[in-house]
Design a binder for this molecule. Structure first.
Ligand code: URA
Length: 261
């Protein structure tokens, strides 16, 4: 079998060695959000930085935790998940932003992803299209409990992950370009009760399921595609707080491992 490329004993892209990462890892897309996540921790240090991948490790309320940026879209996200598994992670929480498809989902609300429509590219290499991109129920449960305990307005359901922010989310491309197959996407997804668009969860959920790991996602609603509103940072701090708190809840749950499988 072909060897996986490494630099010494470090994974080629993330530059992480085996055992260097705790089991719980938060996954923002943006490298700039990693320190924003870590500022809530009791202690934090940067362990690796390469391209779009920035990794911090530390402790949150006594629990060992990590955060790695994935970059945007499925290609770099699949690399991040692969190499984090190598480095020791087994539970992933995507902390991202999303564009809601429904009027009642307000800017600044949070969405907790229970599953994702697999309109990404990378997960197609791993499993047939019928295979579900489903979040792990334990992670969804922890995210819901965290949002409830912090009093943050949240919605739980299916998101649609696309590798294309513009045309693949029915936004006109350059010069108004919008091919026939991208017209009506929003209406079609509403008909399927999908809550929102984002770009990484289908990849994370699919790979986590295949590898026997666990994943979930919490997203700040920064766009509403029904009302055409957009506010780039609203809700991001709340999503970060909910994701960090969910790790604490998961650690408590996992410490009673004899009660569940
Ligand atoms: N992220 C997306 O993928 N789409 C949006 O509309 C907002 C955030």
């Amino acid at each position: 079998m072909a060897q996986r490329p490494k630099i010494g004993q470090r994974a080629y892209h993330l530059l992480l060695a085996q055992g260097e990462i705790p089991r719980y890892v938060l996954l923002p897309g943006d490298p700039g959000r990693v320190p924003l996540i870590a500022k809530h921790w009791d202690e934090a240090r940067e362990v690796a930085r390469n391209r779009e991948f920035v990794t911090y490790v530390g402790r949150y309320k006594g629990v060992s935790i990590g955060a790695t940026s994935t970059g945007i879209g499925s290609g770099s996200t699949a690399i991040a998940v692969e190499e984090l598994l190598y480095a020791g992670a087994d539970t992933f929480i995507r902390v991202g932003t999303t564009g809601a498809l429904w009027r009642h989902i307000k800017l600044g609300d949070l969405i907790i992803g229970a599953a994702a429509v697999r309109w990404d590219g990378a997960s197609r290499w791993y499993a047939p299209p019928e295979y579900p991109a489903v979040a792990h129920w334990v992670v969804v449960n922890a995210l819901v409990k965290a949002a409830e305990s912090l009093g943050v307005r949240h919605h739980v359901g299916i998101v649609a992950s696309t590798d294309s922010f513009y045309v693949g989310q029915e936004r006109p491309g350059h010069g108004g370009f919008l091919p026939p197959w991208a017209k009506g996407l929003i209406e079609a997804l509403r008909g399927l009760r999908v809550l929102s668009f984002e770009m990484e969860s289908a990849t994370i959920f699919t790979l986590a399921s295949i590898y026997g790991a666990r994943a979930g996602g919490v997203y700040a609603v920064i766009a509403n595609r029904e009302t055409d509103e957009f506010a780039p940072e609203v809700g991001v701090e709340e999503a970060i707080k909910v994701a960090n708190e969910a790790v604490k809840i998961l650690a408590e749950y996992d410490s009673k491992a004899d009660l569940h499988t």
